[in-house]
Write a new protein. Structure first.
Length: 422
């Protein structure tokens, strides 16, 4: 078997950092076609089923008509699957400025994702997207050396112009070790995990059996009845299999890879050949296959194929939505990912209410979230803010975004980053 080509170490330079800083706040057109243009019952259901959620609020329009929403709404993170370009074409001067990638060759790792939702995506809605680099700075790498800290924002509105959702991802671009892919060879295979015992499988099955009954659904969870220290879960996701990844992609789309097969993949490959390294048969295939193809993940230096950070973010939202009930609103969710979640692992999701407060006129609770792997290590952690119905006031009002349009939201996030880091 031939090894990946050895590349020189790409070092972080002042020019790289200046190139990134020049892009802060610039709205970038989105050339990619997202998985869904319109919210449909089928699309909403496929997405929810792809992470193991059969909540009828997200899957059944008839059920939805009997709720406060008067129809089907998509699960909170369905916004991941939508986003028609909302940015005017760039001027020739701006195209030259934005050409290329200032940090090409660096390893890029997601550290945190912050999500906010202000409006539901209802059946028949469209969703439009603007994205921008929010901020960047030089910092220390995870294993020493330099790293570029960057925050990317994605901002979405519906067809009425109302802001719907925001994702703000924190990434670290680090100097890549060119020998990382050589660390495991045929003579040095990845260690095989221990097979599951029947007791482990029985515990997982018992949690799955209790899941639907624990969903709050139409019974309101009133703010007055919630106590600090109250727990959420456990909810289980796993053991993670290739089948689960296929179902996830059926609902989520492909994101990094072309949305179509054969010639459509060929057309993209001709434009960005670097995204299609050859497999063991010498066939170009998407670099994204590290999420389902163990040999490629191992050539990149990982134990085996692994999940997406977005999956665990969505799993946290599933835990919360089951707990909060139909009338509540998941407003904010932050997730940090600490360890890879490899195929074959099992993730246990739990939460704890840490505060009750009246926030901007809403009855809110704050929740700490933990994802624990089979080895009982924390693989992800997070926090959420949930708006609950009140016995006195009824269902919560939807929160107001900090700006009335997407350009205003980008400016707000850029200012917030500048205020935080200077």
């Amino acid at each position: 078997m031939s090894e990946p080509r050895t590349r020189e170490v790409v070092r972080i330079t002042d020019e790289m950092l200046e190139g990134m800083r020049a892009r802060v706040g610039i709205e970038v057109p989105e050339p990619r076609r997202y998985h869904n243009d319109v919210v449909t019952q089928d699309g909403a259901r496929h997405f929810a089923w792809g992470y193991g959620d059969d909540n009828p609020l997200y899957c059944d329009a008839e059920y939805g008509r009997g709720t406060r929403w008067n129809g089907l709404i998509a699960a909170p993170a369905f916004s991941y699957t939508m986003g028609e370009d909302d940015v005017a074409p760039l001027s020739p001067e701006m195209k030259r400025k934005m050409k290329g990638d200032p940090i090409a060759g660096l390893g890029l790792y997601q550290a945190e994702m912050q999500l906010q939702w202000w409006q539901p995506l209802r059946e028949g809605d469209r969703c439009y997207l603007r994205k921008s680099l929010v901020g960047t700075r030089l910092t220390e790498g995870r294993t020493g050396g330099k790293s570029i800290h960057e925050v990317r924002g994605i901002f979405q509105r519906n067809q009425h112009g109302d802001p719907v959702a925001m994702r703000r991802g924190t990434f670290f671009a680090t100097e890549r070790d060119p020998d990382r892919g050589k660390r495991r060879t045929k003579a040095d295979p990845a260690p095989a995990p221990e097979p599951y015992s029947q007791a482990e499988l029985d515990a997982i099955d018992a949690c799955y059996a209790a899941e639907a009954a624990s969903r709050r659904g139409a019974e309101p969870r009133y703010w007055e009845d919630v106590a600090v220290g109250e727990t959420l879960g456990p909810m289980v996701k796993g053991p993670l299999k290739l089948t689960d990844m296929i179902l996830w992609h059926m609902g989520w789309g492909m994101h990094m890879s072309p949305p179509g097969a054969f010639r459509m993949t060929h057309d993209v490959r001709k434009k960005v050949p670097g995204m299609f390294p050859k497999d063991l048969m010498g066939i170009p295939d998407t670099v994204q296959r590290c999420h389902w193809q163990p040999d490629w993940a191992q050539r990149l230096g990982f134990l085996t194929a692994y999940d997406y950070g977005a999956q665990r973010e969505v799993w946290f939202s599933h835990l919360i939505s089951n707990w909060m009930g139909d009338d509540a609103w998941l407003w904010k969710l932050t997730a940090k990912h600490h360890k890879f979640n490899f195929h074959g692992d099992t993730t246990w999701m739990t939460g704890e209410v840490t505060a009750k407060e009246e926030l901007d006129g809403h009855k809110a609770v704050r929740i700490n979230l933990t994802a624990t792997n089979r080895a009982e290590e924390t693989s992800s952690s997070g926090q959420a803010v949930v708006l609950l119905p009140s016995r006195q006031d009824g269902p919560p009002n939807l929160p107001a975004p900090p700006a009335p349009d997407l350009s205003g939201l980008i400016a707000h996030q850029v200012a917030e980053y500048r205020d935080t880091y200077g």
